[in-house]
Design a protein around this ligand. Structure first.
Ligand code: NAP
Length: 248
C-alpha cells in the first residue's frame, strides 16, 4: 500500500518513541520524511534506521522547535530539500512533572514553549507551503491529559489542552484552503516518556484503562497515518483519543 507516494511529511520529535514510529509508518507507505528532533544523534539515528528499510525516505534535521527563528529556517531548508510539504505532524513534547506547590517557572516555560509554542512555530513556518499543497494535513499529538487533567502535570495538561484549542482554530482558519487540522490524544503508550514512571503508578494507570494494557507506538502511528491519508479528507478539527477506552 502506498497512500503517501509523492507526499512529503515533517515529523517533529521523530528521533524516538511515538514520533519515530510515525515517521517510519509514513515512509513505509511512500512518503519522504523530514525527521526533526532536538539532538543530531537522535534524529540522525532515526533517519538512518528508516533509510535502511526504505532507502532515501528520510532526512534528519536537528532543531529546537521552541526556537521560533530556527523553525522558520527549518521550514525554508525542508522546502529547499524536498520541494513541497503535504503533512505536518507536531509530535515533539516534553514533561516536567511535579505538583504545583513545587513547580518552578522554568518547568512551566519549558513545557509550554515546546509542546504548545513549538506547534505554533512549525505551523507558522510551514503554512504557506501547506496551503499550496494537495491534501495538506496538520496532525498534532496532544494527550488524554489535555482532556482530563492530572495532578502533578499542570504544565503538561495546559500545554496539551492549549494544543487542542490551537488544532481547532487552525482547522477553521485553513479549511478554506483544504488544509485539515486534527489532534490525536494518546493515552499511556510505552516509550521513554512513560518508562520513567514508578511501577506503582503504572499499575494504577492500567487499572483505569478498559483494555487493561498500555498502548504501543504503532497504535498512534496507525491513527496518524489514517488522518494523513486521502480517506480522512472530510475530517477536520477533531480529537481522536487512542487510549484503550480510558477517556470514553
Ligand atoms: P519521547 O520518547 O520522550 O520522545 C520525544 C521526542 O521529542 C524526542 O525525539 C525529542 O528529541 C523530541 N523533542 C523534545 N523536545 C524537543 C524540542 N524542543 N525540539 C525538537 N524536538 C524535541 O516522547 P514520546 O513518548 O514518544 O511522546 C511523543 C509525543 O506524544 C509527545 O508530544 C507526548 O507528549 C505525546 N504523548 C505521549 C504519551 C506516552 O504515553 N508516551 C501519551 C500522551 C501523549 P531528542 O530525541 O533529540 O531528545
Amino acid at each position: 500500500m502506498s497512500r503517501f507516494a509523492n507526499k512529503v511529511a515533517v515529523v517533529t520529535g521523530g528521533g524516538r518513541g511515538i514520533g519515530q514510529e510515525i515517521a517510519r509508518k509514513l515512509a513505509s507507505e511512500g512518503a519522504k520524511v523530514a525527521v526533526v528532533s532536538r539532538s543530531a544523534s537522535s534524529c540522525g539515528k532515526a533517519a538512518d534506521e528508516i533509510n535502511a528499510e526504505f532507502p532515501g525516505a528520510a532526512k534528519a534535521y536537528p532543531v529546537d522547535i521552541a526556537d521560533h527563528a530556527a523553525v522558520q529556517e527549518l521550514a525554508k531548508q525542508v522546502c529547499e530539500d524536498f520541494g513541497s510539504v503535504n503533512i505536518l505532524v507536531n509530535n515533539a513534547g516534553v514533561t516536567r512533572d511535579t505538583l504545583l506547590m513545587r513547580m518552578k517557572e522554568d518547568d512551566w516555560d519549558t513545557v509550554l514553549n515546546t509542546n504548545l509554542k513549538g506547534a505554533f512555530n512549525t505551523v507558522k513556518g510551514f503554512m504557506r507551503v501547506l496551503m499550496k499543497a494537495e491534501d495538506a494535513r496538520i496532525i498534532n499529538i496532544a494527550s488524554v491529559i489535555g482532556l482530563i487533567g492530572n495532578a502533578g502535570q499542570a504544565n503538561y495538561s495546559a500545554s496539551k489542552a492549549g494544543l487542542i484549542g490551537f488544532t481547532k482554530a487552525v482547522a477553521r482558519e485553513l479549511a478554506g484552503r483544504q488544509v485539515t487540522s486534527n489532534a490525536v490524544a494518546p493515552g499511556f503508550i510505552t516509550t521513554d516518556m512513560t518508562d520513567e514512571l514508578p511501577d506503582a503508578v503504572k499499575e494504577a494507570v492500567i487499572g483505569k484503562i478498559p483494555l487493561a494494557t498500555f498502548g504501543e507506538t504503532k497504535d498512534i502511528a496507525e491513527a496518524v497515518a489514517f488522518l494523513a491519508s486521502p480517506g480522512a479528507r472530510y475530517i477536520t478539527g477533531q480529537v481522536l483519543a487512542v487510549d484503550g477506552g480510558m477517556t470514553m
